[in-house]
Design a binder for this molecule. Structure first.
Ligand code: SME
Length: 163
């Protein structure tokens, strides 16, 4: 198990690589895929790492992601992902069994964090969902780093989808 400062160092290195890799990208899916790949391969405790994109009428559609197959479509009204999308706020769930309405795409998931990506009108355009087979795998270090990532990504959204 690593310390908080080990975790922060991994995040700092990972974020540095992510922004180097996607800096010139104007393609939304290419950018999301690269982010997922970098995050998923940086942390052993992440067993599912991916985005759901807002596609129509308050629904989320899976992808890009890494891990076993995820639920294809999640309405804003359901699950941890739906709550993050609907409220525009991070959901840090230390024990998914305590979240009423948690959608168990994988029966082994014990904790998860879901961070919304908001556009310039504060509309949720995507959510980043990371699941772990470990209990309490996520803490404020994860929240702060992933929120900063999603904030920067939200700012790039308009540029990326318009090309
Ligand atoms: N657990 C999520 C569903 C997505 S999958 O875990 C990949 C939820 O409750 O919204």
């Amino acid at each position: 198990m690593f310390t908080d400062s080990d975790k922060q160092k991994i995040y700092s290195d990972t974020m540095h690589r992510i922004w180097l890799l996607i800096d010139d990208s104007t393609d939304w899916i290419a950018a999301l895929s690269t982010i997922v790949s970098e995050l998923h391969s940086s942390f052993d405790q992440f067993h599912w790492t991916g985005f759901y994109r807002t596609v129509r009428n308050k629904h989320l559609q899976v992808g890009p992601y890494q891990g076993e197959h995820g639920c294809i479509d999640i309405p804003f009204s359901q699950g941890v992902c739906g709550a993050a999308a609907r409220l525009g706020m991070t959901q840090l769930i230390r024990d998914v069994r305590e979240f009423e309405g948690h959608i168990a795409c994988s029966p082994t998931t014990l904790s998860e964090i879901v961070v919304p990506v908001l556009d310039s009108h504060d509309e949720t355009v995507a959510i980043l969902d990371i699941d772990s087979n470990e209990l309490e795998a996520f803490d404020d270090t994860d929240r702060e780093n992933l929120e900063e990532l999603c904030r920067k990504l939200g700012k790039r959204f308009t540029q990326m989808i318009s090309t």
